[in-house]
Design a protein around this ligand. Structure first.
Ligand SMILES: [Zn+2]
Ligand SMILES: [Zn+2]
Length: 103
């Protein structure tokens, strides 16, 4: 049961190239109740390094992973340690935004 879903940091950005506005989530804190105990989980937003699609996934603070095993529908890699680019026109996509081959 999700009690509260709060976004700690978020960024609403309008692309200077295509003028589309996208809301980028920072760290999302989710309070859940499990077996009578209250737990706090974190979710982070990952971005496909090919098409720019955004995906919110649980984030394990102990493992500190910056990518997801699951690939995007386009075959790209979801990462959160790269600069965010506009998913509509990809105007600010940099050479750092590239998918690593699947292992
Ligand atoms: Zn993709
Ligand atoms: Zn754009």
């Amino acid at each position: 049961m999700i009690l509260l879903n709060e976004i700690e940091r978020g960024l609403k950005a309008t692309c200077r190239n295509c003028l589309e506005t996208t809301f980028y989530n920072g760290k999302i804190r989710v309070r859940v109740e499990k077996e009578g105990k209250r737990l706090v989980l974190y979710q982070r937003e990952f971005q496909c390094q090919d098409c720019g699609e955004l995906k919110i996934e649980p984030y394990d603070n102990e493992l500190m992973v910056d990518w997801l095993m699951e690939r995007c529908a386009c075959g790209g890699e979801f990462r959160r340690d790269k600069p965010i680019f506009c998913k509509h026109c990809k105007a600010n996509k940099t050479e750092l935004n590239k998918s690593e081959p699947a292992v």
